[in-house]
Design a protein around this ligand. Structure first.
Ligand code: BG6
Length: 547
C-alpha cells in the first residue's frame, strides 16, 4: 500500500467542474496492494533518443501501461537533437522495448501505446525550439488527449546542458501552472560539488517552486529500500536493538560487474564518489540510520534523512586515507571473460586518475550511533552485482562455550538484500542436532522473489506524475552530502599519484586498501560471493570434531 501526498486535490480546483467531484484519490488493486491511480497527464521527455529513455524510462511507462496503471488520457512528447519524425521514433522505441522487456512485450498493447508517442527534433540551446515545439504543439495535443494541462518535464539529458534547458523552459513560460500542474524531473548528479549544486538549485528555483521539483535518485525507489523503512518502523522488536548498544558496525555495499561502458565522457568528470556515493549510497545510509519520522509523509521522512546527513562527522582531510580508500580497475576477467582496464576503455585518458572504486568509514555523531562505524563501498568491474545493507550485531558478551569449542561464535548479522534476489536474511546460532555441544549457524531468510512488481523507474514515474515527493530529494539533503564529500573529493583528486592506479584487477574484490580499512579496525567486509544464504554459513565446530 502506498500512502500518497497527492496534489490532485489542488489541481482539481483548477480543472473543470467534473473533476471537482472526484478530488479524492482512487486506488487500483495491484497484487496484494493498492496503487493510487493517475489522472490525465502529458510527459515531455528531453533526451528521448538517449540511453536512459530507451533502457529505463519508456520501458517503465510501457510496463505501467500494460499493467493498466496509466489513465486513458495521456501522451508522451519526446524531444531530442537527433533528426527523426514521429514514425521513425516509434520504430526506434518499439525495438528498444523488445530489448528491454523481452518477455513482457505485447504487440496489442504496443499498438495502443504507440499512438500516444510523439517526437520533435529539438535544439536545447535555441529558445525558439521551446516556443515552436512546446508552446506551439502541446496545446493541440493536450486537447486531443484531454490531459487538462498537466505536464511533467523529464530531463534525461547530460549534466552539461541541464542548466541551459531549465533556463529556456522557464523563459518560455513553461514552468507556470496555468491550467494544470507543471512538474520538472531532474536526474542525479545534482551538480558536481557544493558550489555547482547550489548554482543549479538557484537556477531551478528561479523558475520552479520546490513542490514542482522532483530530484530523482532511483535507489530510493527500489522496493527493498522502501522496505527498510517499513521493516524498521513497523516491527517493535527491532527498535530497542537498533543503536550503538547492540550494533557493532554497519556495512553498505553496491558493487557492479559493468565497467564504464560508453559513458566515459561523464564518468571521467565524475568518478565513483560523485556517481554512486553522493546520492545513492548516502540515501541508503540515511534510511538505515534515520530516526522514526512522526508520520509517513514526504517532508517528515526527508527531514529525518537530512538530520542524519547533518550528524555525519566531516572527513579529516589531513588523514583522508584513514577514512577513504579509492581504486581504479585494471584489466582482468569478469564472468570468465577478459575485460579491459579502465584506462584502456574508449574515451578514457590513458593517464586517468578517476576512481572507479571507493570504500569509506563514516561516523554519525548522534545519540543513537555514537562510535558505530558505517563502512560503505561501491565499485565497477567487481566480481558480482550486489547491493546490500548488513547490520552486524555485537559479539555475545561472554563466550561460555569457549572451553569446548575451537572457534569464536559468529555475531548475528541482519542483511537487507537490495539487489539481486531482493530479501532479508538474519543469521542466528542454534544447537546442531545430535551433538552435545556444537553450534550450527542457521539463516532466517525472506525472499521477495517474484513479488517485486514495479521497478524503481516505474515508482518514480508514478510519483512524479502524482506529485508525491516522498521518493525525491530535497535540496538541503543534496547540499549536506556535497558539503561532506566536496573537501574529501578535492583532497583525493589533488593527492592521488598517477602511478597508484590501476590498483585492482577487474573481477577481483577491489583494492587492498579497502580490505585494510576494515582490518585496521579488527573487522572484515562481508565476502562478495556469499550470495546464497546457506553458502555463507560457517560451521562452528566442536573441539576436535569435523562437522
Ligand atoms: C547510476 C550510475 O546512477 O546507477 C551508474 O550513474 C550505475 O554508474 C547505476 O551503474 C547503478 O544502478 P543500478 O540500479 O543498476 O544499481
Amino acid at each position: 500500500m502506498r500512502f500518497s501526498e497527492s496534489l490532485w486535490g489542488n489541481n482539481s480546483i483548477m480543472n473543470d467542474s467534473s473533476e471537482l467531484t472526484s478530488s479524492q484519490p482512487e486506488f487500483h488493486a495491484f497484487g496484494a496492494c493498492e496503487i493510487e491511480l493517475l489522472r490525465s497527464f502529458c510527459l515531455i521527455i528531453f533526451g528521448a533518443a538517449g540511453d536512459l529513455s530507451k533502457r529505463k524510462l519508456i520501458p517503465a511507462l510501457f510496463h505501467l501501461f500494460q499493467d493498466g496503471l496509466l489513465p486513458d488520457d495521456f501522451f508522451i512528447f519526446c524531444t531530442d537533437r537527433v533528426e527523426m519524425d514521429t514514425e521513425q521514433y516509434r520504430a526506434v522505441i518499439k525495438n528498444a522495448l523488445a530489448i528491454a522487456l523481452p518477455k513482457d512485450f505485447k504487440r496489442s498493447a504496443w499498438l495502443k501505446f504507440a499512438k500516444r508517442i510523439y517526437y520533435s527534433q529539438f535544439s536545447y540551446t535555441d529558445q525558439d525550439s521551446y516556443r515552436r515545439h512546446l508552446k506551439g504543439k502541446l496545446p493541440t495535443l493536450e486537447k486531443k488527449h484531454q490531459t487538462n494541462g498537466n505536464r511533467v518535464f523529464y530531463l534525461a539529458i547530460p549534466p552539461s546542458i541541464l542548466e541551459n534547458v531549465i533556463v529556456n523552459l522557464g523563459e518560455a513560460g513553461l514552468s507556470a501552472e496555468e491550467q494544470g500542474y507543471s512538474h520538472i524531473v531532474i536526474e542525479k548528479p545534482f551538480g558536481r560539488s557544493l558550489e555547482t549544486a547550489r548554482n543549479l538549485n538557484k537556477i531551478l528555483t528561479k523558475y520552479f517552486e520546490e513542490k514542482q521539483i522532483f530530484r530523482i535518485d532511483h535507489y530510493v525507489a527500489k522496493e527493498t529500500v522502501q522496505n527498510m523503512l517499513m521493516f524498521r518502523f513497523a516491527n517493535s522488536i527491532l527498535e530497542p536493538l537498533w543503536n550503538r548498544r547492540y550494533i557493532d558496525h554497519i556495512q553498505i555495499t553496491a558493487t557492479e560487474t559493468l565497467g564504464v561502458e560508453h559513458r566515459a565522457g561523464y564518468y571521467e568528470e565524475s568518478g565513483v564518489i560523485r556517481d554512486m556515493f553522493q546520492s545513492h549510497i548516502f540515501q541508503l545510509l540515511a534510511v538505515t540510520a534515520m530516526e522514526p519520522p512522526a508520520a509517513f509523509k514526504a517532508d517528515f521522512v526527508r527531514d529525518e534523512k537530512i538530520k542524519v546527513f547533518r550528524s555525519i562527522r566531516p572527513f579529516p582531510t589531513e588523514r583522508i586515507h584513514d577514512f577513504i580508500a579509492i581504486g581504479q580497475y585494471g584489466k582482468g576477467a569478469v564472468d570468465g571473460n577478459p575485460v579491459a582496464g579502465y584506462r584502456e576503455e574508449p574515451g578514457v585518458s590513458p593517464q586517468s586518475n578517476t576512481p572507479t572504486f571507493a570504500a569509506m568509514k563514516v561516523f554519525i555523531d548522534n545519540w543513537r550511533w555514537n562510535g558505530v562505524p558505517f563502512y560503505l563501498r561501491s565499485g565497477k568491474r567487481l566480481p558480482i552485482r550486489k547491493t546490500e545493507i548488513s547490520i552486524h550485531f555485537r559479539q555475545v558478551p561472554h563466550m561460555m562455550f569457549s572451553k569446548v569449542m575451537d572457534e569464536i561464535i559468529e555475531p548475528n548479522v541482519l542483511v537487507f538484500r537490495l539487489q539481486p534476489e531482493e530479501g532479508i536474511n538474519l543469521s542466528l546460532q542454534t544447537k546442531k542436532p545430535g551433538t552435545k555441544v556444537c553450534l550450527n549457524p542457521v539463516q532466517m531468510d525472506f525472499s521477495y522473489r517474484k513479488d517485486v512488481f514495479l521497478d524503481a523507474y516505474e515508482w518514480v514515474l508514478l510519483d512524479c506524475i502524482l506529485g508525491d515527493q516522498m521518493l525525491f530529494l530535497r535540496q538541503e539533503g543534496v547540499e549536506e552530502t556535497w558539503s561532506l564529500l566536496t573537501p574529501a573529493i578535492e583532497k583525493l583528486e589533488t593527492t592521488t599519484d598517477i602511478a597508484r592506479f590501476p590498483n585492482y584487477a577487474a573481477g577481483s574484490s577491489g583494492p587492498e586498501e579497502a580490505r585494510l580499512l576494515l582490518e585496521k579496525d579488527g573487522r572484515a567486509w562481508r565476502p562478495l560471493f556469499a550470495e546464497k544464504p546457506y553458502e555463507s554459513a560457517h560451521i562452528t565446530r566442536l573441539r576436535g570434531h569435523k562437522p
